[in-house]
Design a protein around this ligand. Structure first.
Ligand code: ATP
Ligand code: MG
Length: 416
């Protein structure tokens, strides 16, 4: 089974948005064993859109369209698919009634153009949208089929999983390709690559290292005829990688470092506080972005000036005078101070020079110290990060989370 993707929207052609939906669709096709042979992007123009769908249909068994199903004049995907398949459009009365109901329920006046959303090619099947108003549809003709999904990414990906994935499974097809990503923090990309080098030549599954900001990923990609075979291939390779890398593998696929660290702390019933200088709250922001973080994370301090470090965290004036704010001593004192002030079991701190200005020969831009304190001890690590201000700030939060994770796994600050 072959497929093509048609992304619809002038916004895409103008470079105003990225085509994240097509990426998601391509992945789902690969996982279903459907060969995606081509992708097109077309603006909101009926002739060009019809032509794009017609051409795609002439080559592939299946065409997936993305976007252009809303109520406005420039939402033309329905018309284009009907024209390309040479079937008439008709109003779905049930859909129309439901649309009118939902508009009424929201207390907005009904405008005639909204009825466009109840139009669909004759003989097509509706794909309900649990989040938004624009429904999708699947229209089959002979051995060919077109699926149409709305553009807003949250709606698109929900409908892709809920409707298109099962549909592709019924159309079935040969070899599937599935990937799994192992996420590594607290070990540099080159050392990671060195340790897994013997596995990099493997044919199925393949293993590919990817450098990310402040962490590294290993993507395992397996090919197979069925899910069980593929899962075994992925599991075996994951086992091999973990045996070589140990516990620097912190997560799989979409798991974030902050979520993994919080769940480790939660399991051990440990509370956490933060003290941040050059990251200005970025670390606290990442921690609080995880649902349920309040069981673990008590709060933190953004102490940007020396004065604030002194007043809020009790960092000694003499320490700041002798070592400066970007120092191991200050990082430790900040973590100890945050622990004292909040009563948290652990506190982690970040202080350094994010740049682009403010560096000196002794303390260059990118020099960052991460501190950690628990009941028994405090430690600090020194880092030299490259990149611009945002990169240094992000990497600093990564280093703080990785240090925390390592210390928690080894049972305490002093033993890490
Ligand atoms: P709506 O009912 O919201 O109009 P629609 O099906 O008509 O839905 P579009 O108008 O094409 O969809 O797009 C709606 C929004 O969805 C766009 O403004 C854009 O932000 C986002 N979007 C559209 N296509 C894509 C895409 N391929 N990848 C990522 N985002 C997209
Ligand atoms: Mg629209």
């Amino acid at each position: 089974v072959t497929a093509e993707i048609v992304s619809v929207g002038t916004e895409l052609l103008l470079g105003q948005i990225e085509d994240t939906n097509a990426t998601a669709a391509a992945r789902v096709l690969a996982e279903a064993g459907v060969t995606c042979q081509r992708r097109q992007t077309v603006g909101d123009n009926l002739d060009r859109l019809t032509e794009a769908v017609r051409q795609a249909l002439s080559r592939a068994d299946l065409v997936l369209t993305i976007g252009g199903l809303g109520p406005t004049e420039d939402d033309l995907t329905r018309e284009a698919i009907a024209a390309a398949l040479e079937v008439p459009l008709e109003t779905d009365d049930e859909l129309l009634a439901r649309l009118q109901e939902s508009v009424q329920a929201r207390g907005v006046p009904w405008v005639h153009s909204l009825a466009r959303q109840a139009l669909r090619p004759t003989g097509s099947r509706v794909l309900p949208n649990a989040i938004g108003t624009a429904v999708g549809f699947i229209c089959e003709k002979g051995r060919k089929a077109v699926t149409a999904l709305p553009g807003p990414p949250r709606e698109f990906s929900a409908m892709l999983d809920e409707h298109v994935r099962p549909y592709l499974a019924t159309r079935g097809g040969g070899v599937r390709i599935v990937s799994r990503v192992l996420r590594v923090a607290g070990m540099g990309e080159s050392l990671m690559e060195e340790k897994v080098r013997p596995l990099l030549g493997s044919g199925n599954p393949t293993l590919a290292p990817l450098a990310k900001s402040g962490e590294a990923h290993l993507r395992i990609t397996a090919r197979g005829e069925d899910e069980i075979t593929i899962r075994h291939l992925l599991d075996d390779m994951e086992g091999e990688v973990r045996a070589r890398l140990g516990d620097v593998v912190y997560g799989v696929d979409e798991e974030t470092l902050e979520a993994c660290v919080l769940s480790l702390l939660r399991d051990r019933k440990v509370t956490l506080a933060t003290a941040e200088s050059c990251t200005g709250g970025l670390l606290g922001g990442r921690l609080t972005s995880v649902p349920g973080s309040s069981d673990v994370y008590l709060g933190g301090y953004v102490t940007y000036s020396n004065e604030m470090k002194l007043r809020a965290l009790g960092v000694a004036e003499r320490l700041l005078r002798e070592h400066g704010a970007a120092s191991e001593e200050c990082a430790r004192a900040m973590a100890e101070g945050a622990r004292r002030a909040t009563g948290a079991d652990w506190a982690v701190s970040v202080t350094g020079i994010a740049g682009p200005t403010g560096g000196t020969p002794e303390k260059p831009v990118g020099l960052v110290f991460v501190g950690l304190a628990d009941e028994a001890a405090s430690v600090a690590t020194q880092h030299r990060f490259g990149g611009d201000r945002e990169a240094v700030r992000h990497r600093s939060t990564q280093a703080a989370l990785a240090l925390l994770r390592k210390a928690v796994l080894s049972g305490g600050c002093g033993s890490s």
